[in-house]
Design a protein around this ligand. Sequence first.
Ligand SMILES: NC(=O)c1ccc[n+]([C@@H]2O[C@H](COP(=O)([O-])OP(=O)(O)OC[C@H]3O[C@@H](n4cnc5c(N)ncnc54)[C@H](O)[C@@H]3O)[C@@H](O)[C@H]2O)c1
Length: 269
Amino acid sequence: MANNLLAGKRGVIFGALDDQSIAWRVAEKCVEEGATITLTNAPVAFRFGKIQGLAEKLNAEAIPADATNLEDLENLFSKSQEILGGKLDFVLHSIGMSLNVRKKREYTNIKYDWMQKTFDISAISFHKVMQTLWQMDAMNDWGSILALTYIAAQRTFPDYNEMAESKALLESFARSFGYHFGTRNKVRVNTISQSPTMTTAGQGVKGFDVFFDYADKMSPLGNAPTDTCADYCVSLFSDYTRMVTMQNLYHDGGFSNIGMNPAVLNLEG
Ligand SMILES: NC(=O)c1ccc[n+]([C@@H]2O[C@H](COP(=O)([O-])OP(=O)(O)OC[C@H]3O[C@@H](n4cnc5c(N)ncnc54)[C@H](O)[C@@H]3O)[C@@H](O)[C@H]2O)c1
């Protein structure tokens, strides 16, 4: 049910690793809605992921870039403008990785150089993306920049570990850069706070399966799936959300505003 919402728009999508990735579905929907895009991911994801397959399917170019590396980002945005034929209308940051989670370090026994790397990959990369776009003047007026986040930025989910602080930092960068981009270019910057989702990054969190079911029961609409997250991203890249900026927008089936759902206590059928 494509509606040409992104006809004529040019975008860059970070973070499609495999067909479970949220960015994978966003890329597919953006193209269905009439956008032309380039795809990007860390060089290692080109070796182990399936991004080239998606690029072929969407007739899009895939350009390797480590999102923590400023030279890679400059190269990515200059090539993307060349390939797509002009400045960019939208950018999706769909990147997350925690070294302490991956290496199973408890929150009370953090290795700090890993924590810094985690912040760099999962949050500071968003600032680097925006600063590179800003300095290259690579965004069209009324463009839209989005990153994906999680409610552990506001509430404590113990097994989310240092990713909680990464997401708090990421959301803050959206607000702060949203001011600058809004004032200069009318470009909006937002974060989408997504339900737990069965992806490589999601399943890396301890106890994810049980937590996924808990969140699903707590949310009046159930967990928001990848597909509807992609729809929400498309709406935020479209001209229907031109005045929405500096927001953290929950896409979570109602989880963020519920106190207790009797379904979790087995009080209802
Ligand atoms: N899965 C969930 O439960 C969930 C919930 C809320 C928010 N999110 C967020 O959604 C986003 C996408 O994650 P996903 O769930 O689709 O998992 P995913 O594992 O498919 O995507 C994470 C991506 O980050 C990329 N990446 C890692 N290091 C990078 C680097 N240095 N440079 C460039 N790219 C790098 C990976 O290659 C991968 O493509 C993340 O920000 C994640 O935190 C996920």
